[in-house]
Design a binder for this molecule. Structure first.
Ligand code: COA
Length: 135
């Protein structure tokens, strides 16, 4: 799944580049959306993120592309590889600027972990209505 973001002034640190905390929020959000779409009926919380290393700064006006792909599936958890690419204003090529693995755990209404397979079989009727009929 792919999500795009535009780097605006409110996303910058005091040096004028993308603030790392915003990048991590976008990574968490992109992978969460992918997991939620891929496993209807599951409520996910983030349990962990692997290596966090910012090797390239990102300028205002850049278009950031986040690509989230499932990399492993456990009993209660699912892990996504998120790769972040950035394209600077008026440049045609994009660079990979960040990547990490992020893991979510499926929880019940009390916040206790629950098997993903168990929740997938109990899709909330309101959620199914919002998602529309199967294609
Ligand atoms: C997530 C939470 C429900 C896990 O509960 P728990 O009983 O401690 O769970 P466990 O340690 O048994 O781990 C559950 C699963 O997560 C995996 N896991 C635990 N810690 C992990 C980590 N750091 N990285 C990757 N996977 C991890 C386990 O391998 C297990 O996977 P599996 O069932 O697919 O084999 C609990 O820790 C929690 O509520 N955390 C707060 C979540 C939150 O608020 N997130 C927002 C960030 S502030």
């Amino acid at each position: 799944m792919e999500t795009f973001k535009l780097v605006l002034p409110e996303h910058l640190n005091h040096y004028g580049f993308l603030f790392g905390g915003n990048m991590l929020k976008w990574v968490d959000e992109a992978a969460y959306i992918a997991a939620t779409i891929e496993f209807p009926g599951c409520n996910f919380v983030t349990v962990g993120m692997d290596k966090v290393e910012f090797r390239k700064s990102i300028c205002q006006g850049s278009i950031v592309r986040l690509h989230a792909q499932q990399s492993s599936l456990g009993r209660t958890s699912v892990t996504y590889l998120v790769e972040v690419h950035a394209r600077e204003l008026q440049k045609s090529n994009e660079d990979i600027v960040f990547s990490t693995h992020i893991t979510f755990v499926c929880v019940d209404n009390c916040g206790k972990k629950v098997a993903i397979a168990e929740r997938q079989n109990s899709v909330c009727p309101i959620r199914s209505m919002l998602q529309g009929p199967p294609q």
